[in-house]
Write a protein that binds this ligand. Sequence first.
Ligand SMILES: Cc1cc2nc3c(=O)[nH]c(=O)nc-3n(C[C@H](O)[C@H](O)[C@H](O)COP(=O)(O)OP(=O)(O)OC[C@H]3O[C@@H](n4cnc5c(N)ncnc54)[C@H](O)[C@@H]3O)c2cc1C
Length: 411
Amino acid sequence: MKTDWDIIVTGGGPAGFFAAIRCAELNPNLKVLILEKAKQTLSKVIVSGGGRCNVTHACFDPARLVTFYPRGANELRGAFTRFQPQDAVAWFESRGVKLKTEADGRIFPVTDDSNTIADCLRSAATSAGVEVWEHARLGKVDRNRDGSFQLTVQTLRDVFTRLHAGKLLLATGSDRATLDIAKSLGHTVIDPVPSLFTFNVRDERIKGLEGVSVASVSLKMDSLTARGALLITHWGLSGPAVLRLSAWGARELYEKNYRFEMTINWLDEYSFEKALDVLQRNKAWKDNARKKLSSHAAFSQIPLRLWKQLVEFIGDKNWADVSKDELRKLAKELTTGKFTIHGKGIFKEEFVTCGGVTLKEVDFKTMESRVIKGLFFAGEILDIDGVTGGFNFQASWTTGWIAGNALGDLG
Ligand SMILES: Cc1cc2nc3c(=O)[nH]c(=O)nc-3n(C[C@H](O)[C@H](O)[C@H](O)COP(=O)(O)OP(=O)(O)OC[C@H]3O[C@@H](n4cnc5c(N)ncnc54)[C@H](O)[C@@H]3O)c2cc1C
């Protein structure tokens, strides 16, 4: 077993693979090792995007791209000018992986199979001469006098191995034990908390409506707002608008123990006055006089099943019998309905953490630590996270590629 390596990449996820492949391709003389604690590498890639792997997003303007990152936008701005979604697409396509862009901008392999991406990364690593050890957990890192690293690695059957690395890249995602190693090396770690989750809601207004969706709503919690589609689930609320609010409010919602009040504007950007005006016109319409409020939704964007439950708020009756005050109450309910969130659900297709190694301690031109020379970071171990849509993998490709460039440039 070799114990001396030029570069050890800890973490066989997308960021670690990208960095290892890049530096080994740039400098074939380097001995590069990936350590992966699990029995197989790239496990998140395989489960990602509901098994389809949403590789990246068709947003090719770095200035716009960073707006999808609640944390890391400033640092990623320059990084995306070096490696952005277009480069990621080219990287995979040059290795024979055909990609497709869906209507909402998400990019997937045409096979709709995440194994296509994992296989491509594994085979690129093998071709570049990168060695991969599975069942190899980094336990401890000591720094040698010459600036190199001594790693204690736990392999199968609790065998501990000492490895020597000229340079070390930590790309272990949100693994807490490795964050502690980063702390022990002098880095500041922002406590990781979940991002991208759904909301648990028990409320008569949405009871029995699981599967109903509204194309565009706006949500508000304190100073946070989010817009987008909303999906009613068995447990409460999901969909892009909810996921966005969960991402932008990750820390605030954690501090509230995921119990908070949120308002929903079911009519997206309609004001109270505009909603009231539509309701008044419906009431004034002769044909409606003897029709029940619940018989047709006054707003085409609200599905009838949901509308029926929302109008129960003032009690179903003929349009002719609805008072002015009731119309105002309904307009208020439609534009600022208050909902109590009882907890956090899961979003099976994607899940990331907010928090990690603080960004000001990392040079984003190289991904090298500003605290310890020779130590690098890439991927989710950093305090970076994006909203859903392929942005999280893109952060891993970009930071992995930049780290790989710097690591490969050893001469
Ligand atoms: C269910 C799910 C679906 C997702 N779908 C998408 C999607 O479609 N698109 C998207 O953009 N993002 C998606 N994400 C987010 C995306 O997977 C992550 O942002 C991304 O995987 C982060 O890459 P990484 O390499 O930094 O970390 P990881 O993928 O977490 O990889 C880190 C690796 O390091 C290993 N490791 C940890 N500690 C040690 C140690 N001490 N020693 C050795 N190895 C260690 C881990 O086992 C792991 O294999 C999804 C996430 C989840 C959970």
